[in-house]
Write a protein that binds this ligand. Structure first.
Ligand code: URA
Length: 244
């Protein structure tokens, strides 16, 4: 958000998951909302919403959550699902519980399988989300995979050929780049996002993926200092790396 638009405090905070407008009015009345160190007692007040607001506003003793337009980079752990409502552990449970009540909602940018780990982005910016997942963007996704069986030497050319058809698909896959780290460990870069794509590619050559980890999206790499399940917000410059 570059220009400061005026928003009612109660509407702003309830859209960020802090509670109903009545809850926010109570927080304000009891002196638990402050702006520039001054208590904001009237939740109906309109305030300018600029990018620096989270540094200037406190709610119940903590800095305001990130404003809308956020992008999260997470190291998705094993066994966690990219869904809002399936059974079992969900990636959204790694974020603050309040964020699940935000409007616009925070969603994953594309999905990783339950058994895939690594670089996962989440955002509440619908147009960014569509730009990243749109087939037209052809964003490179790089995965490290370990294989049940050694490579047989045909895979690099086949995956790069643009002729490999996966079972049940009408169209062949776009060329993908395969780099062998060892006979059972590879880096594979694809520009499409078909269902279970990388696992199905190796199934098509009679192999089986034992572990799959996304390490890179465009030029954005998964940093070494995030543990599984940890996340951080991305800067505008980091988001731009996805499109490079
Ligand atoms: N390809 C897969 O098979 N699974 C993923 O999670 C991502 C790409």
């Amino acid at each position: 958000m570059s220009k400061a638009s005026l928003r009612r405090v109660d509407k702003l905070l309830s859209s960020m998951g802090y509670g109903t407008r009545r809850d926010i009015a109570r927080l304000a009345r009891t002196g638990r909302i402050s702006l520039d160190q001054t208590e904001l007692l009237d939740a109906a007040m309109r305030i300018p919403v600029s990018a620096d607001l989270p540094n200037r506003m406190q709610v119940a003793g903590s800095p305001l959550d990130p404003l809308s337009g956020l992008v999260v980079l997470m190291d998705k752990p094993l066994g966690v699902t990219c869904s809002h409502k399936e059974a079992g552990s969900l990636v959204y449970e790694m974020l603050p519980p309040r964020w699940r009540r935000r409007n616009p909602v925070v969603s994953t940018i594309g999905r990783l399988d339950k058994q895939t780990t690594g670089l996962l982005l989440l955002t509440d910016d619908g147009s960014l989300l569509h730009r990243v997942i749109s087939p037209r963007s052809q964003i490179r996704k790089t995965y490290r995979a370990t294989l049940a069986r050694p490579l047989d030497g045909t895979e690099i050319a086949l995956f790069n050929s643009g002729t490999l058809k996966l079972r049940g698909d009408d169209k062949p896959l776009a060329p993908a780049k395969l780099e062998a780290i060892s006979t059972t460990e590879v880096l594979i870069t694809v520009t499409e996002g078909r269902y279970h794509q990388v696992r199905r590619m190796f199934a098509a050559v009679g192999n089986f993926i034992e572990t799959l980890r996304r390490e890179k999206l465009g030029d954005l790499c998964l940093p070494d200092n995030l543990a599984p399940g940890q996340w951080r917000l991305l800067s505008k410059e980091e988001i731009a790396l996805v499109f490079r």
